[in-house]
Every structure is written in structure tokens, then in C-alpha cells.
Ligand binder design. Structure first.
Ligand code: FA5
Length: 352
């Protein structure tokens, strides 16, 4: 039976007390605005200790002739309140769901949070370019340990035990006959032992030296070693590979100078210097006011090193270079202090 019928049935029963009560109950139901308050009203009227229950308890004390009519009246009252509570519960549940949906509404037209895009470190970029250049010239790209056996870092490279390069000022010694490699040259002996000649390879990597830092010196920096082993190699071929590298990185002709250089693992040895690109050759802290930057030592591989690599120096020759990659990056981007490269400063990295 619809609510209105119960209502009129009770209201029309001619009992002003019940009419009043029903109005009061329905008023409370209508005022409940949450599930919890609807429940409160239900308990207050229909619960075990509710007002209707106490009225029902009074039925037993009535004379039998009026008990039936009173019982029917209370029953109608009960049904009217129950139905009102149920309808109100449905309304309030819907209203609460609507409120929640409104509060949680997503507006897809609002601008999103912008994500900061990362950048490649300039060293990473140049390594990728150098690797690409040499790969196209048929070179292997190799990778060797940074924590290196003393043997490969020194002895195998014809650097005897009393050589100044072994001085503790230059080398970070590790336990068990190991060092943090001071250059990428240990890869020369490893490559000769690992590859079948003839071959050509480069090995880029991080190297460590226990030395004071300044605008062009770091304790941790990067080099790229180049090595070619064949039955007969030429200095001209070595120089042309190095110029291909430099002109590939700078995308133009560059000014260099070649002078003799001494390294126990090459003979003859050379130093290839680059006209300083930070000051244009006028002189600055990077080039130590000389206008030239030491960049690319090189030479023909010393026979003892070929031997350490397990090859016969009467049968095989080689050339090698050791590019100062960190300084190359400085020249390419005009960076006036090498210490920026490893500083981890985002203001620096964001410029590339
Ligand atoms: C060597 O390390 C040799 N292994 C290079 C070599 C390889 C010679 C093969 C012959 C044949 P040197 O110590 O000069 O050489 O370092 C090579 C280059 O690394 C330098 O020309 C310079 O560009 C760079 N370099 C050297 N020391 C530092 C440093 N502390 N900080 C930054 N760059 C450096």
C-alpha cells in the first residue's frame, strides 16, 4: 500500500493522538539527511525500546473490545513509518552517492602536471658520437674493468715497478694487487689477449688519479683508448684515424700540433694537442695560458706490450692512442672548468 494510504488511514482514524505522533515521526524521517540519522530515527520509533514498541506493550492492558482496533491502528502506524524510513533511506543513499561523485569528479580538460624531461650528460653524448664514428670504421667497442689488476695497468704496459706513474700520488691502490685504473691503456693487453688479430678497437671509460684538481685536471675523468693491431701499421693511418675522430666530433677542421711524447708502452710516442677552444688560443686556465690543450697522446705499440698481449712482435704491430675525453667535451661545449662534468649539478646538466 502506498505511503499516502497508510497516512490517511491513520489520520482519518479520528484519533488525534496518533495523528500527532505520525506527523512527528514522518517529520523526523523527512529531516534525516544522512544514512546514520535515518537509522537513528528508525531506532527511535521502531526499535526495541522505540516509541511504537512501548505503545504496543500497552495493548495487553486494553479492554478486549478496543484492543483489535487499537492494534490495527498501531500496525498501520508501523507500516507507514517503516515505508517512510525505507523511502528516505533510498533518497539519502542516492544523495550521498551524488555528493561523492561530485566531489571526486575528474575534469579531463584541466592541464596535467608537466614532467621534467631528463637530458643526456654531455659526456654520454660525446661517447655515443665517438662510438658511432669508430663503429663505422670497423672498430670493436670494448669495455674493461675500472678496478683493474696492477699487472694490466702497469707491468703489462712496460711500466716497471719504479716508474713515477706508480707513485701513490697518482694511483688509488686497492687490496689484493688491484688499482683503480689510471688510464684506459690496460685494455690494450686485455684486447690483444681476447681478440684474434688483425683487429681494431676502442674502449671508452672512466679512469682515476689521486691528484689535485684544477680547471683541466680531475681525479675522476674519462678517456677513450684506440688500438689497431695488424701485420703492418703506419703512423699516417693512426693520425688519420685521430683526425677523423676530432673532425667528426667538431664537424669541421680543427687546429692541432704533434710533438714527441714519452710513454713506456709506445715507441715512438707522440702528443697531439688541440688549439684551445675555450679561449680560442689566447690563453686561459684550461690551457694553462699556452693556447694548446694536451688531448691525444699516441704512438706505435711497444714490442714488450705486444708480447704481454700474447702476440709475437715480429709478426704483429700496433698503434694506440689515449684520448682525454673529458677535455674533448670541454672543447666541444666551451666548458671552462672540468670539475663541472662530474659535479652532478643539474643547472649545468640542463644546459645541454
Ligand atoms: C695516458 O693516460 C696514456 N695512457 C695515453 C696513451 C695511450 C698514450 C696510448 C699512448 C698510447 P696521459 O696521462 O697523458 O696518458 O693522459 C691522456 C689524456 O688524458 C691527456 O692528454 C689528457 O687529455 C687527459 N688527462 C690526463 N690527466 C687528466 C686529468 N687529471 N684530468 C682530466 N684529463 C686528464
Amino acid at each position: 500500500m502506498p505511503l499516502g494510504c497508510y497516512k490517511s488511514a491513520v489520520l482519518d482514524a479520528g484519533n488525534p493522538g496518533m495523528d500527532e505522533l505520525l506527523r512527528e515521526a514522518l517529520g523526523e524521517v523527512a529531516e534525516a539527511t544522512t544514512i546514520a540519522t535515518v537509522k537513528d530515527v528508525e531506532v527511535r520509533w521502531l526499535g526495541k525500546k522505540g516509541r511504537l514498541t512501548s505503545l504496543l506493550k500497552e495493548l495487553g492492558g486494553l479492554p478486549p473490545e478496543s484492543r483489535k482496533a487499537r492494534g490495527a491502528e498501531l500496525n498501520s502506524f508501523k507500516q507507514a513509518v517503516e515505508q517512510a524510513v525505507e523511502s528516505r533511506r533510498i533518497e539519502v543513499t542516492r544523495a550521498e552517492a551524488d555528493d561523492r561523485a561530485r566531489a571526486e569528479r575528474i575534469d579531463p580538460t584541466l592541464p596535467g602536471h608537466s614532467m621534467a624531461a631528463g637530458r643526456l650528460h654531455p659526456l654520454t653524448r660525446i661517447v655515443a658520437e665517438v662510438e658511432d664514428l669508430f663503429e663505422r670504421m670497423g672498430f670493436h667497442i670494448l669495455d674493461y674493468p675500472e678496478a683493474e689488476r696492477e699487472y694490466f695497468n702497469f707491468d703489462g704496459l712496460n711500466i716497471p715497478a719504479d716508474h713515477p706513474a706508480r707513485d701513490t700520488q697518482d694511483t688509488f691502490y686497492l687490496p689484493g694487487g688491484n688499482v683503480l685504473r689510471t688510464h684506459t691503456s690496460p685494455g690494450q693487453v686485455r684486447a690483444m689477449r681476447g681478440l684474434t688479430p688483425p683487429f681494431r678497437a676502442i674502449f671508452p671509460g672512466r679512469v682515476y688519479r689521486c691528484e689535485a684538481t684544477d680547471a683541466s685536471h680531475e681525479h675522476t675523468f674519462h678517456q677513450v683508448e684506440g688500438l689497431m693491431i695488424d701485420r703492418s701499421v703506419s703512423i699516417a693511418n693512426m693520425l688519420s684515424s685521430m683526425m677523423t675522430l676530432l673532425e667528426g666530433v667538431f664537424r669541421r677542421k680543427v687546429e692541432v700540433r704533434l710533438r714527441p711524447g714519452f710513454f713506456p708502452f709506445v715507441e715512438p710516442g707522440f702528443e697531439l694537442d688541440l688549439r684551445c677552444m675555450v679561449c680560442g688560443g689566447d690563453g686561459c686556465p684550461v690551457c694553462k695560458r699556452s693556447g694548446w690543450v694536451e688531448l691525444l697522446p699516441c704512438g706505435l705499440v711497444q714490442p714488450n706490450v705486444i708480447r704481454a698481449g700474447g702476440l709475437d712482435p715480429d709478426e704483429w704491430e700496433g698503434w694506440a692512442f689515449g684520448l682525454g675525453l673529458s677535455r674533448l667535451v670541454m672543447m666541444r661545449y666551451g666548458i671552462d672548468d672540468i670539475r663541472w662534468l662530474m659535479a652532478g649539478d643539474l643547472r649545468f646538466a640542463r644546459q645541454f
